[in-house]
Write a protein that binds this ligand. Sequence first.
Ligand code: DAO
Ligand code: DAO
Ligand code: DAO
Length: 205
Amino acid sequence: NSAPVTESRAGMAFPSILKDTQRLLGIGLRKKAVFGLKNIDVYAYGVYADDVDVKKCLAEKHGRHSVSELQQKEELRNHLMENDIRMTVRLQIVYGRLSINSVRSAFEESVGSRLHKFGGYDNKELLQRFTSQFKDEIKLPRGSIIELSRDHDYILHTTIDGKEVGSIQSKLLCRSILDLYIGDESFDHKANEDVESNLASLLHK
Ligand code: DAO
Ligand code: DAO
Ligand code: DAO
């Protein structure tokens, strides 16, 4: 079961294992409405989590519980986001004409709203200081790969096509980023469902 998995709408293939131990749990599509009329597919994303970390952490919390199946699945997704489990969100760019300015403003909007939600944070200046580091010369053609990896102790590493572009230790930032992809108001609820059912079957194996 190590064959790549293809996101059917955008046709992007995701490896089923990353970094030797991280397993693909779900795939989603990030769309964006432009000028309020057209939806473009911006990137496809895959959500990965370390097998050992998942089993250790989630088995302790859920192994003996007998809550309803549905309730348990939602809880699993929340535990995944909130605990010290190594995870990666891998973005594969579909829309080949992304400008770095639109990446900056999307980042300020989507990540900014989550920092606010979880941290009561409203620091536009801090975010702008951060996004100003997204250099104009960065190019993100179709097929580019951005990985956002949460390591132990809530260190977020960002790589573009395998090259590290930055790392920052912040539990709040890690939580905010994961929320975009598998939170209750994620970009694609299909990813939430995939993650829930894959976690449930990992645990009940
Ligand atoms: O470039 O004018 C444009 C329209 C595209 C807007 C897409 C914004 C979403 C960017 C998020 C990308 C993060 C890698
Ligand atoms: O899709 O709105 C969104 C969130 C995008 C977060 C992506 C982070 C990208 C950080 C690296 C970009 C470097 C140019
Ligand atoms: O934990 O004190 C905190 C808040 C940190 C907020 C940092 C926002 C900067 C965004 C970094 C993006 C990395 C891809």
